[in-house]
Ligand binder design. Structure first.
Ligand code: HEM
Length: 215
């Protein structure tokens, strides 16, 4: 398994799989399969995939620790960038075919409709993460600051779930399911941090007792 995850072919295969939702949309568009309201169809499909890719990205750390597969980290950046690409498509569908690039109208909509406001916030929060996703930016910011910044992906996922919850009219099962998954991932991260601090505390207490002049 470790070797499979380290293979560049596996990474290429995952990349292609991540393109399948987009390919399916293009295929439908070419064959008139987008239904009576194509804009709505694309908005819903891309919106769903943004949330799924955010969840895949957030699941990498728990999975690599639980399954003892550190190589999974190689896939996190790619999945995060796919979440960003799908949200760009989602946003473009909104500003273009839906709002006809009427910037004043779009801004009014962002201010007026709460589900648009929170979706927009989630999108804006992802922009610096996409920009700083390269190794060069990790070096420039330093590991700790980079990690702090990239925790914003949790806020984006929370905004995405609220956005979905607020926009559905009756059946709230799906947004609630996404919300539960995001909550579990968040709680796992919190639990992991608490355990790590507890494990480090006795070790630190031990080093505190070492006199300063002993090196
Ligand atoms: C991280 C950010 C975002 C996520 C995770 C997200 C996710 C979603 C999801 C899951 C849906 C519903 C899909 C379905 O019904 O199956 C949706 C719909 C929609 N989203 Fe987003 N979205 C985000 C950002 C945005 C932004 C920035 C805008 C526009 C400013 C936007 C506008 C819309 C619209 C107009 C719909 C369709 C609403 C309707 O049909 O009533 N979203 N989005």
């Amino acid at each position: 398994m470790h070797r499979l995850l380290l293979s560049k072919w596996t990474k290429a295969a995952v990349f292609i799989v991540c393109l399948v939702p987009l390919g399916a949309l293009v295929e439908r568009a070419l064959h008139g399969g987008l239904g009576a309201n194509p804009v709505e169809f694309v908005q819903h499909a891309t919106g769903d995939w943004v949330l799924r890719f955010l969840i895949f990205t957030l699941a990498i750390t728990p999975l690599r620790k639980i399954l003892n597969l550190p190589e999974l980290i190689r896939y996190r950046r790619m999945l995060g960038l796919f979440a960003f690409s799908y949200v760009c498509l989602h946003f473009l569908t909104y500003i273009g075919p839906d709002q006809s690039f009427d910037l004043a109208g779009i801004w009014k909509d962002i201010e007026k409709r709460r589900y648009i406001t929170v979706g927009f916030l989630g999108f804006v929060l992802l922009i610096p993460l996409a920009i700083t996703s390269t190794a060069g930016w990790v070096r420039r910011l330093g590991g700790k600051r980079w990690q702090m910044l990239h925790r914003a992906i949790y806020l984006t996922a929370i905004c995405g779930v609220i956005h979905y919850y607020w926009l559905v009219k009756s059946d709230i099962r799906e947004p609630l399911l996404y919300g539960a998954i995001v909550a579990i991932l968040l709680l796992w991260r919190l639990g992991d941090r608490i355990l790590k601090k507890r494990r480090l505390a006795p070790a630190n207490a031990g080093t505190d007792r070492v006199p300063a002049n002993v090196s």
